[in-house]
Ligand binder design. Structure first.
Ligand code: HEM
Ligand SMILES: *[C@@H]1O[C@H](CO)[C@@H](O)[C@H](O)[C@H]1NC(C)=O
Length: 566
């Protein structure tokens, strides 16, 4: 076809479009969208059932023509029990339907998971998660892939070393004391929220102390800690100061949650990104604020370090993660192509807030809740904690055996991140150590996975696997670590999958443990905790992080608190 014919054809189409009335245009547009969706749907549902390489895997029938088997996402339910039912019925590896019927695989098979973690380049983060996180956090350590990731990780590693974490312990103690003060303040003058929350009339006596929403307080405590330890920034959320950076960050999260289904569709299908939803706009505005504030923080830190000289590394005000990163990035033995760009350095700020606050906050909330519901366990832990002085160093804290066992058991049972998603960069094979029976009746010991098929790695289910922890795997029992596990798990810490494993393991795991233990140490020595009669805790997930909540909006976990020995 000659160009002129094409041009005249195009001109005719344009004239035709121009001559349509607005109403007709909308009509055609609508029709186009419907045909497009229908086509996609047919392609993903009936067609993929014939051509997908993993089609023989067993699994549940689709539950919804758009949401597939992911209804729990829209209901914000915790995925662990739902996947457990599928594991029990179909085996530790299976397939299900994602949005619009996309084929997805889930696995709780330790060998398959180890294979994925070790081959991180072949198994990057799933596209949907990647897009969502990159929009919110920029190109930081969580979102970078391949050589970008290796370069960032190399410069960031020293900031998270055991020595660096040890040098940050004064920051953790400082924030832990702030939470303790906040407890005292709230007991003096309980907030109206706490009173409404607990319904004081149902409490027969006040002998057990006053109500405190530990869910909210642990969220604030861990945010304040990551502000200080991450980039020497005082959020002071515990004392209700407002911060532009944090407001923007929370709006970005809200933008993601605006509608679980719409944003999930946007993350999966580029087409939907063109929709100017309120969530998109909010996300953009908060991204702009985060960039502006982030630039300012990086500039201030860089100045301070340049003034002081890059060799000094433990001065007050530059012991934080970002200062350590900036210093490492300036090091003379680094080649230019190995350095992080300004944008990448700045992206770590929101990365630290996102990765390092709510995760630890949720673990602490579960810890306090479990201690409140088991008085003898609480007394046993406190008896151990009071054997140390007021301000021990981190090695002494790590030397407390029951605190270590309790911490591991919280991170096993209440893993703050219940699952992570990966998808192969090209068609590949996934080995299984626990074969499953295929739809054709034959056993499958290796699955072929197509490029782009998402695999959900079920951290929470592996952590509670009876083949690893014995028949009482579903019970909370810190003493289980007195005997060795039945099988090993490909994770960096405690034979658990909580911080995952391989080159993309949680870089902050040592920091998280130190912070968790120090806050618990400080609070438990000063306060006794008891359950509020009649409250029931349930967990849910948003953005892949487990939250706890009773029956109110927000992260709400009321406990009764009173000073020790009163
Ligand atoms: C109990 C608390 C925590 C838990 C359970 C946790 C869990 C995890 C998990 C499961 C991942 C892997 C995510 C994925 O690859 O899909 C991860 C990665 C990461 N975490 Fe944590 N985390 C915790 C605390 C922290 C803290 C305190 C920081 C400090 C800033 C942090 C920083 C990071 C970063 C930067 C990554 C990305 C690492 C990479 O891809 O190289 N985390 N975390
Ligand atoms: C409380 O915890 C202890 C472990 O310290 C355990 O032996 C006991 O069974 C637990 N009690 C309840 C009611 O769960």
């Amino acid at each position: 076809m000659s160009e002129s014919v094409l041009a005249s054809g195009a001109a005719r189409v344009f004239t035709a479009i121009a001559s349509l009335s607005a109403l007709q245009a909308v009509g055609y547009l609508f029709l186009g969208v419907v045909v497009g969706l229908l086509g996609t749907w047919i392609y993903l549902y009936p067609y993929s059932s014939i051509v997908s390489s993993s089609r023989n895997l067993p699994g549940p029938p689709s539950e919804h023509f758009i949401a597939g088997n992911l209804l729990y996402l829209t209901r914000r339910e915790h995925p662990r029990p739902i996947y457990q039912a599928w594991i029990d019925k179909y085996g530790p590896t299976g397939r299900l339907r994602g949005l619009m019927g996309v084929q997805r695989i889930y696995t709780a098979d330790p060998v398959a998971i180890s294979h994925i973690f070790q081959n991180a380049d072949q198994w990057p983060k799933s596209k949907s998660t990647g897009i969502m996180l990159r929009r919110m956090l920029g190109n930081g350590l969580i979102t970078a892939e391949g050589t970008d990731h290796r370069r960032q990780r190399r410069v960031l590693n020293p900031a998270f070393s055991p020595r660096a974490v040890k040098e940050m312990t004064p920051i953790f103690f400082d924030k832990a004391r702030s939470v303790r003060e906040k407890f005292a303040q709230l007991l003096e003058e309980p907030t109206n929220e706490a009173r409404v929350l607990v319904n004081m009339d149902t409490l027969e006596t006040h002998e057990n102390g006053g109500p405190i929403d530990v869910g909210l307080l642990m969220e604030q405590a861990t945010l304040d800690t990551i502000g200080a330890a991450g980039f020497d920034y005082d959020f002071a959320t515990l004392f209700s100061r407002r911060s532009e950076l944090l407001d923007a960050f929370h709006s970005a999260i809200k933008a993601m949650q605006a509608s679980a289904l719409v944003s999930a569709l946007q993350n999966r299908f580029v087409l939907f990104n063109a929709l100017p939803t309120p969530g998109q706009k909010l996300g953009k505005a908060s991204r702009a604020t985060m960039n502006r504030v982030g630039d300012r923080i990086v500039a201030q830190k860089t100045q301070a370090i340049t003034r002081m000289g890059i060799e000094k590394d433990t001065d007050i005000g530059t012991a934080d993660l970002l200062s350590r990163l900036i210093r490492a990035n300036m090091a003379t033995d680094l080649e230019d192509r190995e350095r992080l760009t300004h944008r990448e350095v700045q992206a770590q700020i929101c990365t630290f807030i996102f990765a390092g606050s709510e995760t630890t906050g949720v673990a602490l909330t579960w810890a306090l809740y479990r201690l409140a519901t088991n008085k003898s366990m609480q007394d046993r832990l406190r008896a151990e904690l009071v054997t140390l002085g007021e301000h021990p160093d981190i090695d002494e804290i790590h030397g407390l055996p029951f605190l270590e066992k309790f911490t591991r058991e919280i991170l096993r049972m209440d893993s703050p991140v219940p699952a992570v998603g990966r998808e192969p960069a090209s068609k590949t094979t996934l080995p299984l150590s626990r074969p499953v029976r295929g739809r054709d009746g034959k056993m499958i010991d290796a699955v072929t996975v197509d490029k782009g098929t998402e695999v959900a790695i079920l951290i929470g289910n592996v952590n509670r696997d009876p083949a690893i922890w014995g028949p009482d795997a579903h019970e909370f029992n810190p003493d289980r670590y007195d005997s060795p596990a039945l099988a090993s798990v490909p994770g960096v810490y405690g034979n658990l999958l909580t911080f995952i494993g391989g080159p993309r393991n949680c870089i902050g795991w040592r920091l998280a443990l130190a912070e968790f233990k120090i806050i618990l140490f400080t609070l438990l020595r000063a306060y006794e905790l008891a359950e509020v009669p009649g409250t029931e805790l349930r967990s849910e997930t948003t953005l892949g992080i487990m939250r706890t909540r009773s029956n109110h909006e927000g992260l709400v976990v009321p406990l009764l608190v009173r000073p020790v020995g009163e």
